[in-house]
Design a protein around this ligand. Sequence first.
Ligand code: PEP
Ligand code: MG
Length: 882
Amino acid sequence: MSTRKHVYFFKTGKADGKADMKNLLGGKGANLAEMCNLKIPVPAGFTISTQACVYYFKHKNTYPVGLKKEIDANIKKLEREMGLEFGSNNNPLLLSVRSGSRASMPGMMDTVLNLGLNDSTLAPLIKLTGNERFVYDSYRRFIQMFSNVVLDLDGSNFEAVLKKKKAVLGAKLDTDLNAKALKELCADYKALVREKTKKPFPQNPREQLAMSINAVFDSWNNYRAVEYRKMYNIPAEWGTAVNVQAMVFGNMGDNSGTGVAFTRDPGTGQNKFFGEFLVNAQGEDVVAGIRTPLPVSGMKKYFPKASADLLKTAQKLEKHYRDMLDLEFTIQDKKLYMLQARVGKRTAAAAVKIAVDLVNERRISRKTAVERIDPAQLDHLLHPMLDPNAKVEVIAKGLPASPGAAVGKVVFTSEEASEMAAKGEPVILVRYETSPEDIRGMADSKGILTVHGGMTSHAAVVARGMGTCCVSGAGDVNIYEKDRLLTIGRISVHAGDWMTLDGSNGRVILGKTNLVSPGLSDDFATLMKWADTFRTLKVRANADTPDDAKLARKFGAQGIGLCRTEHMFFAENRILAVREMILSKDKKTRSKALKKLLPMQRDDFKGILKAMAGLPVTIRLLDPPLHEFLPKTKVAIAAVAAELGENSLEVRHRIESLSEANPMLGHRGCRLGITFMEIYEMQVRAIYEATAALLKRGIKVMPEVMIPLVATRKELELCRDMALETAKKVAKATKMKLPVSIGTMIELPRAAMVADKIAEVADFFSFGTNDLTQTALGLSRDDSGTFLPHYVELGIFKNDPFISIDEEGVGKIMEIGVKKGRKTKKNLKLGICGEHGGDPSSIDLCHRLGLNYVSCSPYRLPIARLAAAHAAIKHNKRNGKR
Ligand code: PEP
Ligand code: MG
């Protein structure tokens, strides 16, 4: 929809916009309007729509017709509202210009404050406020911000001048600088601008405003915003809105201040007002970590009335939005103004607690609570913690900015973090403080440590959103970036040394510490239970050991969807027997080796079937090419030959004869079973003997035998006949009635195309989407990492097809498999066991295709349960009301 109106005015008590206009006004603009509608004190202003920004980019940085006029008219309106005049030399109106897209992108785009100041508006402002220090403080901030955001000058140039000034005057904090010092600083800053740009600092307020609006539009495409958008899948077409507001000043002296707050604790979800503020400070000071802020709980001492108003406003807003909010406020001369309210970012643990609490407080329904939790975010909850029994050497303490624990090698720059992470090294990024420029390195790090900044510093907010462990404000740490070294008292830690962070209590620990999996809260269990009432897809786990199976049950598995038997072959006590089996010259020696393996496999299956008693367990027969089990080097081959009492050269030749140019498309899966049926027969016998033994003990077990890499009906038929025959023999020998179910993986495109025929001899299908993706796209699952990211970047693939199912290709093949399979057997049981079984968007597809279950690794089960609930809520109309 396109509208002619591009600018939306707001003032307390009346606004053109409202909360549900986020697409047009951006989150900030829509919520400012909503607060005005709720009669909350907000500095008046106007929002330039995202549509105007989209037009600007589409039409070579020009405005839509009428926009300029609309801006002028709204400035007039604002002047009337405030009783001030923009650019006037008597009573000047000063403005803030802020970005605000549909999705919150904290700190990624640009802001300009104190706009309208110039050499001529200083004097009237000093006269008006009687506060010379404040006016020069605002001017120096404006020159720096404008130069950085609009003129593209590096902020560090200004920081250096400021630092020098402070050093000369012996000032510790910015607030220690008096009016005279700040006045000199303004002159130095202007000289710097002239030197760098060869032009004077722009003095015309209208020109300043136009340049700032364009700069905010342009900041939609700056490096960090683009990186952030990629990370959170925010479409480039959305654009940003621009909010122009009358300034209120938190830096007007000790009766003024500024802060950020959350209506509940964003780290834990506790229903406790949470936040930080600074006296005599402006906007960005709190989040930028320039001075360490104070907790809002101590605010009443400084501003009793404004503090009470803030609490009341927070409660009113939370009630209205029915969610935890992130608030920004300024106190100007004891009076409170709200600058922002938005649904607050929170850790996964907090998200769960808040959702459950809001249901218990009767603010939201269970369905809303389930919908509010992003399945992918749950991953963070399942992150490891420090082993409580580990002995640790705590070398420093900071703030517990983002929970979880991390172990990694110390790096001091974001670039190095990304480089090392790309090599598979876990890293801890140590910075004095982080800035949005660091976003990529932060995302690539296991943990983040900063020396400076509070619980709402950039590092803290961004790390919490990413679910990355973070300790901020560890003031005892000294960083020597050039020397790639940090010191804490007498302790030195070099780049590359191991460090452990505990983001739950702010501990910085020397060396590598053992991490353990987390215990889950009652709220988590409650939310999962609610999710289970909505979903129609079952969830199973991919698990190969009894321990994994037990863990899977704890996470709510309703069975095992894939037990890969090859993993059992690698155990130390049996690899020799496996090698003996593979390297045997004839059937006789092979069956001798298989006899050794049979009891071991039987025990394997007993263990896993027992751990899953009462639930189905899909056991897949041997899949990978045999040479994967064999030694590679000359020395290792000689050792194996010696153990087997064979000639080393002969063994080497046999190994060479098994090697293949393209093993993933070679002698593997059921092709192995068909050429060496005695291997599959041993496995099937082990499965049913284990089943019979457990059933005899009264343990209800339900094995499902799965044949991999089937392309034709005949392949499955041959394997199935053998399995049925073997089951019959075991049943007879044990005198037990055995539950026999034999099915196949659908992991080759041909299998899907002839699924109607395959279904004639299958009791179930399980989509092996790893191989199906590999074979459908002709894309090696092992080698494509080198170019796949580039393909995703270019948009050739929307997502990595090994992470999220390529819906139009692989998804279509699955659809054919489902339709054809169920044409033959109406109630054919269908599942998925490729890695995609734990991916929310793939789970949505599986729901739509009508599969019976998804199967994924145990740790991803909660994600799968929640994603399945989301899919059901989204696609099943009758689920609509609960
Ligand atoms: C698959 O191909 O999707 C599958 C589950 O099997 P594997 O990953 O063991 O090849
Ligand atoms: Mg496979």
